[in-house]
Design a protein around this ligand. Sequence first.
Ligand SMILES: O=C[C@H](O)[C@@H](O)CC(=O)C(=O)O
Ligand SMILES: [Zn+2]
Length: 278
Amino acid sequence: MSLEVRYAVHPEDVKSYDTTRIRKEFLIEKVMVPGEINLVYSFYDRYIVGGAVPTDKPIKLDTYEELKAEYFLARREMGIINVGGDAKITADGVVYELKYKEALYLGQGVKDVVFESVEASKPAHLYINSAPAHKAFPSKHVTLGDANVLQLGSLETSNERQINQLIVKEVVPTCQLQMGMTALQPGSVWNTMPAHTHNRRMEAYFYFEVPESQAVCHFMGQPDETRHIWMKNEEAVLSPSWSIHSAAGTSNYIFIWGMAGENLDYGDMDVRQPNELK
Ligand SMILES: O=C[C@H](O)[C@@H](O)CC(=O)C(=O)O
Ligand SMILES: [Zn+2]
């Protein structure tokens, strides 16, 4: 069980980071640990990223000293996407049953949150994102059927993928949180290519359904000064607002994106074509 605080860094400094340092600042390896809830509190937009894996007993979402709040969602909103076995999430007495790839938005002010797996032998893997919030919007269970769907890319450019916008303003009103899930078609390996930045929002990516012996090479950095981080299944990575966030896998895979900041405009992106990157 942990909440790890990560500082925000200057892009000029990142130019001199070696592999170990770049992984220490941006990669989040400890997300899904059986029986635990593990979170990273990032100073990029005070975004929290993590995971909960309830097994034979429920896990309560406690507050943390770092939040200086009576309960976790006192001044925050939360998005949860299940990438494991069936889950039961109880929020102030309301029970939400989350199947694989289903999402739950919890609004600011929800006091008691408890995570449970329906079957201990098939534990839920609950991917969690949370951002500061100052208004209570209603909590909502969101399925892929509710999603706003975009089909992007093509097999010829190895980036054919389906974007499922789950927690976006057209589906559920939020203060600043936006989340969704993008699935690569077989044979396609590139996500978010052409790449983009959005100085108005930070973002976090969580890769899953990456086959055991395969990996995802995630690209970050300013468009003229990129770096890479090799990632395994069920790992997350922070993307500062000045950074691209794009990856090529050694197979196809799925990932969850989540972001917060200045606006709720998904299309607010400064795009860089592949031949414009350095
Ligand atoms: O700001 C938006 C996010 O980076 C992702 O939604 C992009 C993405 O899923 C993709 O193009 O594959
Ligand atoms: Zn983005």
